[in-house]
Design a protein around this ligand. Sequence first.
Ligand SMILES: Nc1ncnc2c1ncn2[C@@H]1O[C@H](COP(=O)(O)OP(=O)(O)O)[C@@H](O)[C@H]1O
Ligand SMILES: [Mg+2]
Ligand SMILES: [Zn+2]
Length: 453
Amino acid sequence: MASTEEIPVIDPHDYCDFICRGEGQANVVIGAKHKETGVRCVWRIGKIRKTRYISVQPNCEIIGDYMKKIITPLLGSRYLSEMRLVKFDIMDVQNLGKLVRMPENTLIKDFEFFTKVSPNVSALRLMDILNMENGDYKQNADSDYLVAFQMIDATELPPVVMGGTLNPIITIEIKPKQGFYQQHEGIDINLCQTCIYTMEKVYDQEKFSRLSHFCPIRLYSGDYTQTAATLSALFMEPHRNLKIFMNGNVIHSDEIHIKDEEMTKKLFPNGNAEKDDLIQALAFLLTDSSSIENFNLHPKSVLHRIVTAQKIDQIGLIKAHEIYNKLSPDEQELFMDKKRLSDIGLEGIVGEPISKNSSIHALNKYFLAATIKDCSVMISLRLLNNLPSGKVDSMIELPNGKMFQYITKIVDLDPKDARNLISGYKRFTAGVRLYKEHHEEITAQGYHFNCNI
Ligand SMILES: Nc1ncnc2c1ncn2[C@@H]1O[C@H](COP(=O)(O)OP(=O)(O)O)[C@@H](O)[C@H]1O
Ligand SMILES: [Mg+2]
Ligand SMILES: [Zn+2]
């Protein structure tokens, strides 16, 4: 890993057209266009989970190491984008951080604009950067720079040479979640992990007002009808598992909601394709299928790679929690360390257990799989009106002749620690209880009761 001195410094003045692409629990992602090259990139900047503010001591080195040593060899590089460590003058991040708290899709053309906005609105607090000394603010000595990741902007596609105007780029971001069914001891309902979490989200935290009928087991099923149906359900009720961008602006999510009957018009304002074409293209691209007849979860597909890696976990959430609970406090502490898996190395995690302690070995595998159960897939597509005159790297043609240029990326592959297991266990057990309590209402809504298909 490069030492901090070797990490290149980014001057945001070299960029324009800043936009916040997204914010998760642990990161904010800001996009910008290089003034000279015209290339768009994003910067992924770490947050403190508890405070939701940008962290002045991000753990980028740990994440970078985990990507290099564990995730890239495990998933292969085909669907991953390079995460380059960069650093910023910390006051530049204070300025950029103002974008995070502005309304969704706000585009700021010129970096200078930020300097005129109050520092108080930033997602990076001044008080985390500056120290009060004798009534004057002084910058903390060791925090002149802030390290982040620079990546390609997954809402972009390379240009194509075509006659006529180009159609907009549609980006579908899906959290595919856990794609295989695990039976848990003592759990007597047949819903998969994600569907149980859905119950908790709707009936406990009231995060979402309506149930989502999206079920990952159906998404990964290799059955065209099931996959297309569950994608349709996801479009109708995205919760936190779907976001649709158009030319980089979010147009559909849990917050910005397009009604199903208006979806086609929004996605294809020129009327040259329909929502169902997009759903079919997605079903094909996620599974590497080229027709309904040969539809299957093909081995090189993004979903196949993901579920294969997820299956490294052979115990599941409930058992993992039970094992964790029985560990000594010192052993438990080891699982709070996000460096743990990188230190062990991929071979050590997935190979035969060296020590006799096979339950620790099983837990290591659980935590590795937890990363892959929580990633996002971003697929950008552009409808092509006719065959482009130049070469297009990736193109898909549907049975009805519609053609899309596309690119597929997996993002959000950070290491997980015990906190993730503890909160997951709480949500899961609450979900099971709430499913039973609300059983009648859930049944009346036509919700499926068996994910173990
Ligand atoms: N390479 C990328 N290009 C464009 N948008 C991205 C990229 N990576 C992440 N995003 C957007 O930023 C959001 C937050 O990033 P993510 O890595 O998921 O953070 P977290 O770890 O906090 O969940 C994503 O849900 C996605 O919408
Ligand atoms: Mg995320
Ligand atoms: Zn399910």
